[in-house]
Design a protein around this ligand. Sequence first.
Ligand SMILES: [Zn+2]
Length: 162
Amino acid sequence: MADNPVAAQCDCGAVAGPLGVCVDYYHAILSEEQADPQMYRWHAPVVCAYLLQHPARAHEKYLDGQFRQLQLYVDKGLDALLRVAAHQVARNKHGVRSGYDMAPLAAYEPLPPAGPPRHFRATFSGLPFRDGSFVSDGHLAYGHRIEAIAQATVESWRSIQA
Ligand SMILES: [Zn+2]
């Protein structure tokens, strides 16, 4: 971590918040959602958006699928994404080893070969963290903020395609 978090900038271009840069927020979210099943519903968009905003920390071969999952989420909402995710889990349990079933995601744009974008208009280090929690004002408000980050992520990646 940076010595001076106040002045620190994340590699996604975001300015650090009180908890630090995005990775600090990401770990705090993963920790809090483990004890909160309702908050955990947004786990998939959180992971996809975080990795797409910080692709140096991701496995390159999964990024395209994660970009498509995030587009599905922005397009059709959390329930649609959770259905696809549940289908993936069931499929993996049956020993299919080819990774993502791309069928529900095939309609979405592939990850642009250029990138990553240098700026996202909503970032993890910009999330409010009050009273030691990301959901102190309710899960719906939290969900809207995750959706805004997902939208910003898709928007910035799409903008570098041209
Ligand atoms: Zn960041």
